[in-house]
Structures are given as C-alpha cells and as structure tokens.
Design a protein around this ligand. Structure first.
Ligand SMILES: [Zn+2]
Length: 370
C-alpha cells in the first residue's frame, strides 16, 4: 500500500481537525474553522467535514489555495506545509501500524454480501427458536443478563453441529462450519455481519447447561466458532438515540452486561476482539461521542489492545483506555461487583461540567449511583 492510501485509511480527518482545535457538534460534523489561515468570522460554524468524514471545506473566508480536500490537504493547510513534508510527517504516525488492504474510499456502510446476510439471518432465526430454558438459565446465571437483553441482542442456541452448503452463503470451497453452542449475532442496522458461536469446551461451565463437549464436536480448543466470511462491525454502536459516552469492550458478553446495567448511562459496544483496530468509518461513527472509553481484558492480548488505544490518543484525545475492574466485566459481575457503579464513575467523570440538558440528565443518573 502506498503511503497516501495508508494515511487516508489510518488517520481520521475528524480526529485530526479536533487536534487542530475544531469542536464538532454532536450530530453534524460542523465546527468553527480551526485553520490558522482562516480570516473570517470565528464564531459561526463554517468548517464542515463531509463524505463520511473524508473531506473538509471551510465556507468562510479561508484562502482558496488551501481550502478543502482530504486529510492530507487538511494537514498541509493546518501546519502550512508542502505536500511532501505533510505526507512524510503523517506517514510517521501510520508507519508502525499493521494495515489491512481495504478500499481507499472507505465504505459508506459496512459492506457484507446480500447472500451471506440472508443465510445468516435464517440461521439466527433458527437459533432464536431453539433457545430453551436451560440455555436461558446459563445466560441469566453465568452471564448476568436478563431474558429481555438476550432477546434484544437476538442471542440463540444451535443444538447440533451443522456443515452448511457454502453456496447458500454466497461462497465457494469448504462447507460452512456452524458448531453447536450459543449463537451471538453481530448485527449492524438489524442485519447480520458476523456470527459468533460460543461452544461448550471440555470441563467448562457451559457444559452444565447444554450437552458437554464430546469427541464428535472436534476442535477442543476453539471457544468461538461461526461461519467464515463475517466482517467485524462496531457491535451496537449504530443506535440512533445515543448517550454522550460510549464504553467499548473486548467482547459481546461484556457489551451485553453493560447494556443490561447501564442503558441510561452510556452506550455499549464491542470492538470484537483484543486485536481489533478501527477503520475510517469506525472513527467517523465515534465522533458523535463526547468520550469513548475502551476496556480491554486484563491479559496479554488486552495489553496489546491498550497500547493501540494509547497510540490513537495522539490523534483523538476523546478515546481513552481504562482498566477492567476484574479480568473482564462478566467476571467482575460474577465476583459480586457492581457493573453500574463502575461505569457510572467513568460517565460522571466524562460529563463533569456539561451544560447540555440531555447530558445533564445522564450525569445526574450517574451521580445518583456514586
Ligand atoms: Zn476557514
């Protein structure tokens, strides 16, 4: 990948503009102009970011030779640099990151083939129908969730190992492995983009609620199975009626336990794994939040995730890594921890001094818990 593409993929224009001093309103990507060369009115929001957070323009009196374009032209105009120097400096920020070759024009939405989504939706509906009392007991007793939350997230149960025809998923090659276990769909705007299936392992607690792992299940070390071809999405972050603070967890169970306990305090989502990184669309979505806390598990993989989040802070001060109160939030709950009180502390800290009426209400809710 060329440096230019790498820069456009890895550096969020919105985050960079914020670093330059732009203060975007929560719903529209508009701000007063942060450009040092800006000669116009400093009080009206003339600076806009559009095209899914990829382009900018100042509609006031910024000089026309340095007005508008992409993240690179923004950096040039902000720092008053020539193209070559701007690319050099921006490359230093991206150079150390692994990058996935994805299209330069970041997708307008997470893209997942229709055939895959159709078959996945059928499988999810099937699993929801099979969610029996015993599985629900596991969800309640071992995961700290209510049946309402399980239903809201369309959690289901797949009672037998299935090797599905790949053609039905719009794919070729090997059969699609749908192991038995608890089915957690990764939905984006109600459409499946990935599916995780929590399998019973040898001697684990899930085996008390569904038939234990046996040799016929195979793959004794794979905790999560599911159909290949899924795409990670920021699980549950698409909700429209959002809270000002977002807490992102490492996995879906922790997201659900946050939702269960803190629905009125914060939005909850998952980055999908310890090593997951944000793409441009993710970063554009995240700009609507006043504050984003990311909580990785307390283990080695989580340490790497924390280092990644720390590196983002250089670009966006609103993203912050926080320590889990136990190995993860579900373990914290199991040990008698108060998930709501834990989250309320961070929400109260993030919203301290807010004057936005809706956010003051959230702040009051958080403080009531402290
Ligand atoms: Zn301007």
């Amino acid at each position: 990948m060329t440096d230019l593409n790498r820069i456009r993929q890895h550096i969020s224009l919105i985050a960079l503009a914020e670093k330059a001093g732009a203060k975007f309103d929560a719903h529209y990507l508009r701000s007063t102009c942060p450009m040092p060369r800006h000669a116009g009115d400093r009080s009206s929001p003339s600076f806009v970011v559009y095209d899914n957070g990829q382009k900018w323009k100042c509609h006031s009196s910024c000089p026309s030779d340095a007005n508008g374009g992409d993240v690179i032209s923004f950096y040039m105009a902000w720092k008053d640099l020539d193209f070559k120097t701007a690319v050099q400096e921006l490359s230093e920020w991206t150079g150390s990151q692994d990058s996935q070759p994805v299209p330069v024009s970041a997708p307008k939405q997470y893209v997942q083939p229709a055939q895959w989504k159709k078959r996945a939706a059928e499988f999810i509906a099937y699993a929801e129908k099979n969610l029996n009392d015993s599985v629900m007991e596991y969800i309640i007793k071992e995961r700290g969730l209510s049946p309402e939350t399980a239903r809201a997230f369309h959690v289901g149960y797949n009672p037998k190992n299935i090797f599905d025809d790949p053609v039905l998923w719009g794919m070729e090659g090997k059969k699609i492995w749908l192991p038995r276990g608890i089915v957690i769909p990764g939905l984006w705007k109600d459409e499946p983009h990935y599916i995780k299936i929590r399998r019973p392992l040898e001697n684990d607690t899930l085996g008390k609620y569904i038939p234990k792992w046996n040799a016929k299940d195979g793959a004794p070390d794979i905790k999560f199975g599911g159909p290949r071809g899924g795409k990670s999405v920021l699980f549950r972050v698409e909700l429209i009626d959002h809270r000002p603070v977002l807490i992102l967890t490492e996995g879906e169970w922790d997201t659900m336990i946050l939702w269960e306990n803190c629905m009125d305090l914060c939005d909850a989502g998952t980055i999908g794994g310890a090593q997951s990184k944000f793409d441009l669309l993710d970063l554009a979505l995240l700009t609507r939040y006043q504050k984003i806390f990311v909580v990785h598990d307390d283990d080695k993989a989580g340490d790497k995730g924390r280092a990644y989040i720390a590196s983002l802070k250089e670009i966006s001060p609103r993203i912050e890594s926080i320590s889990p109160p136990a190995h993860d939030l579900t373990d914290f709950w199991k040990a008698g921890g108060d998930v709501r009180a834990w989250a309320a502390g961070y929400v109260a800290e993030a919203l301290q001094g807010t004057t936005h009426p809706r956010w003051m209400k959230v702040l009051a809710n958080a403080k009531r818990k402290l």
